[in-house]
Design a protein around this ligand. Sequence first.
Ligand SMILES: *Cc1c(COP(=O)(O)O)cnc(C)c1O
Length: 230
Amino acid sequence: MLDRHLIEQRLSDVQSRIAKAERRYGRMPGSVQLIAVSKTRPIEDIAAAYAVGQTRFGENYVQEAVAKIHALRDLAVEWHFIGPLQSNKTRDVAEHFAWVHSVDKLKIAERLNAQRPAHLPPLQVCIQVNTSGEDSKSGIGAHALPALAAAVAKLPRLTLRGLMALPAPAEDFDGQCAALRPLHELWTQLRSLGLDIDTLSMGMSSDLEAAIAEGATLVRVGTDIFGARG
Ligand SMILES: *Cc1c(COP(=O)(O)O)cnc(C)c1O
């Protein structure tokens, strides 16, 4: 558990970095939202960040997340699932989260659509794209993206919001921009095909400025808020 003031200080530093990058790269003030990635962190750290105004939190592991969501159910947290998603875990995600960033197969999307409870609003979905072309990484390949996006957009209990990527770490700012740019290009292409999407989920602690320069609307930051994970 971290000191409450340390979390407050780090959150405010990250918010300043976001605001500064918005100005520097010609983005509208307030057009980039922060998701605090709280995987492996205790509920006390989440509550401390929430107490100073952070409402969006990202989690990667379904079981761990469901326990935290239950413990913090009295807080108005917007929970984002950002980890790899297997079909046997879709029900927990459909029942507990507002957003999922890591949809990369139609089968997974169809299960989430069928399992989203009727009393909740549609699940907000980003499709994870593998822009680096490595076979081992999760995310759909660029060639198959338009068909998947069109199919996901038709599912009534899901709202397709945009794209997510997790590129391999790059050496410097220019390398980070080069790694992130293809996601923006694919996003623009989908919009030109008529898909009504507004979200680009990219950028973490080490590349959030590059992500903002390249058009991110949601950045997912863990380490620079909560410290290095053990
Ligand atoms: C862990 C994680 C993050 C946060 O990474 P940091 O480097 O700790 O900021 C962002 N996105 C995803 C998908 C993650 O798994």
